[in-house]
Design a protein around this ligand. Structure first.
Ligand SMILES: [Zn+2]
Length: 179
């Protein structure tokens, strides 16, 4: 159990590191996989040993190795938050399909939150992409500990997705009628 917790924490920290890349690049429409990590201030490539979650930040005292400018504490907050949430999910679900599904959901929510705070937007990759991915994941296997364990979960999920997609049209229809 304890090795599992440690593994979940390390995996969460590494995932958090990737989420930081998404949070930084998604609002400007840049690719999240290519090129590798760069310092947002001097644009120098960050070597792997400066990219280890928590450790590098402490070693570099929160500053870029090249330009010595301050690196946002947000990077550590996201890594720590992701790591802790992964540990909580592991404690609740163990190494299961549910863990995987909630892990994907947690990652999406963290990206949405940390982009929403400064930019006041939630990227389509998270909202629309999340709906599609969510539908696929519960279609493969319903969540055993979900509060909504219906027999026809995939069909209900699809209905929920359609409702969410069209919710603003439906609300406009209700409140303002058709224009
Ligand atoms: Zn720099």
């Amino acid at each position: 159990m304890i090795t599992g917790v440690v593994m979940a924490f390390i995996f969460g920290a590494i995932m958090g590191s990737f989420l930081n890349v998404c949070i930084y690049r998604m609002p400007s429409g840049k690719s999240v996989v290519w090129p590798g990590s760069h310092c947002p201030l001097c644009e120098k490539r960050i070597p792997w040993y400066d990219n280890v979650p928590f450790v590098s930040y402490l070693f570099l005292a929160g500053k870029c190795r090249f330009c010595r400018k301050k690196i946002s504490i947000r990077y550590v907050v996201v890594e720590l938050l992701t790591a802790m949430l992964f540990v909580m999910l592991y404690n609740r679900y163990g190494l299961s399909y549910d863990f995987f599904v909630y892990m994907v959901m947690v990652c999406g929510l963290i990206i949405a939150t940390f982009i929403d705070i400064p930019h006041r937007i939630i990227p389509d990759e998270v909202s629309v992409g999340g709906m599609i991915v969510g539908f696929i994941l519960v279609s493969i296997k319903g969540l055993s500990l979900s509060p909504f364990s219906f027999r026809f979960q995939p069909i209900l999920s699809l209905a929920a997705v359609i409702c969410l997609f069209w919710s603003h049209f439906i609300l406009r229809l209700i409140f303002f009628g058709i224009r």
